[in-house]
Design a protein around this ligand. Structure first.
Ligand code: PLP
Length: 453
């Protein structure tokens, strides 16, 4: 039986009315991937205010890996609601914060002693990771990558790469941030090919220390183990080992931003595990809170203890409802085989997407790690000219036919999959059928495409 149910023109009348109210009351700077207003979400589907039902490849931008409104998460939050909502952990602490810190210290890669602090958002966690790295090393510099996304606060904008819409008009940004190319093999900055390149892009850090910033002035290198907003780019298997060896050679910390790649997305709880690496600091958020706002920095105990008493924290940081939800999410990962499921879903996606790549030159690259999969769309497989318009039209076709997708990539030409890992095989087939017909509509039926624009 079909999960998707579309009974109005999309957007329906109620969504349209809300869009009108929205345009008068909310600044345009807040964008929306779709014009659909949600009324309900469960597991891997959403229902809008007009009663249309969609499958969800976006998961609230990677926040629903364990599924929307899982019963265990709701029960944990309801139980917490019956006790207290907020006291501020800096005034009267509570056990769930400590228990969650203990769990995070256990489940993150690395057998060394660790500590964890909680904050509210991915950006806030990245900010704190930078503070901690600077306090520990007593150095200012942070090296970030081209195509990286680390958030929308001022420091994280300095670390983020994409200029439009994120950075344009918001300068000046904090200083001492240096940018180097990432291992984006499909568009290699050095026009090399893996493995013959011998990971030139990682080894090139030595050169950066001579030409751009002195190694003794660098506190940390921060990287997403798989780029999220930057286009779901998973570097070659040995890339991070080379990079981290170089960092440690110069007393530089390695921060893994696992805000998007973490919490089961790549078939391991953390993508770092897929690369066999143990970051000095690891930043998590999104799916950790099971739909509630929560983020964390976990790291080597001696590094985490570098900031002085009172140097870390925040009024709502690690609030009790979010901690309760996160503990339930970790239990779900232990109880249900969600990591294996991420790999199955990734394989499912790859199988279909590789067929599309043979059929349609629009599909330039199919890539990912575990359940973190994407297609990069190009006007020609030879020139690799990004196909941003086509990507947009595919997204529009998809939501009009019952599938919520989101794009990514510096050139806005990537369709990424952040589907809740609880989607059934039948639902996944249904979703992939919609995506396939969207690509077909854009590639094969120019008339149909014209109607969509
Ligand atoms: C890798 C990465 N880091 C940081 C952030 C910022 O997280 P937040 O939006 O919760 O501040 C994001 C958000 O998409 C992200 O993908």
């Amino acid at each position: 039986m079909s999960t998707i149910l579309i009974s109005t023109q999309i957007p329906g009348p109620k969504s349209k009315a809300l869009s009108e109210r929205r345009s008068k009351s909310v600044p345009r700077g807040l964008s929306h991937g779709t014009p659909i207003y949600v009324a309900k979400a469960q597991d891997a589907w959403l229902e809008d205010v007009d009663g249309n039902r969609y499958l969800d490849f976006a998961g609230g931008i990677g926040c629903a890996n364990a599924g929307h409104r899982r019963e265990a998460v709701l029960d944990a939050v309801k139980d917490q609601l019956d006790h207290f909502l907020h006291t501020c952990v800096q005034v009267t602490p509570y056990e769930s914060y400590i228990r969650l810190a203990e769990r995070m210290n256990e489940v993150t890669p690395g057998k060394f002693p660790k500590k964890t602090i909680f904050v509210n958002s991915g950006a806030e966690a990245v900010e704190n990771a930078v503070k901690i790295a600077r306090a520990y090393t007593r150095r200012p510099g942070i090296i970030a990558f081209e195509d990286a996304f680390h958030g929308r606060t001022m420091m994280t904008l300095a670390l983020t790469s994409k200029t439009h819409p994120y950075k344009a008009g918001f300068a000046p940004f904090p200083s001492d941030v240096y940018r180097v190319p990432y291992a984006y093999c499909y568009r290699c900055s050095y026009s090399l090919k893996y493995p013959e390149c011998d990971l030139y892009c990682a080894r090139h850090l030595e050169d950066t220390f001579k030409r751009v910033v002195a190694n003794e002035d660098v506190a940390a290198v921060i990287a997403e183990p798989v780029l999220g907003e930057g286009g779901f780019i998973a570097p070659p298997p040995d890339y991070f080992k080379v990079l981290i060896d170089l960092c440690h050679k110069y007393g530089i910390l390695f921060i893994a931003d696992e805000v998007q790649s973490g919490f089961g997305r790549t078939g391991a709880l953390f993508a770092s595990e897929r690369y066999g690496i143990e970051p000095d600091l690891i930043v998590t958020a999104k799916s950790m809170g099971g739909g509630l706002p929560l983020a964390a920095v976990t790291g080597k105990a001696e590094i985490m203890d570098a900031p002085g008493v009172g140097g870390l924290g925040g009024t709502f940081a690690g609030n009790p409802l979010s901690c309760a939800a996160a503990l339930a999410v970790l239990d779900l990962f232990e109880r249900e085989n969600l990591l294996a499921r991420a790999n199955e879903l990734g394989d499912h996606f790859q199988r279909r997407a590789r067929e599309w790549q043979h059929r349609w030159p629009l599909i330039g690259d199919v890539r990912g790690l575990g359940g973190m999969q994407a297609i990069e769309l190009v006007k020609s497989q030879q020139t690799k000219e990004p196909a941003a318009d086509e990507t947009k039209r595919i997204g529009q076709y998809c939501y009009e036919h019952g599938l919520i997708t989101i794009t990514a990539g510096t050139y806005s030409n990537v369709i990424r999959v952040l589907v809740p890992l609880v989607i059934t095989n039948e639902q996944m087939d249904e979703a992939m059928d919609v995506l396939e017909s969207a690509i077909a509509a854009v590639c094969d039926q120019k008339g149909a495409v014209a109607q969509l624009v």
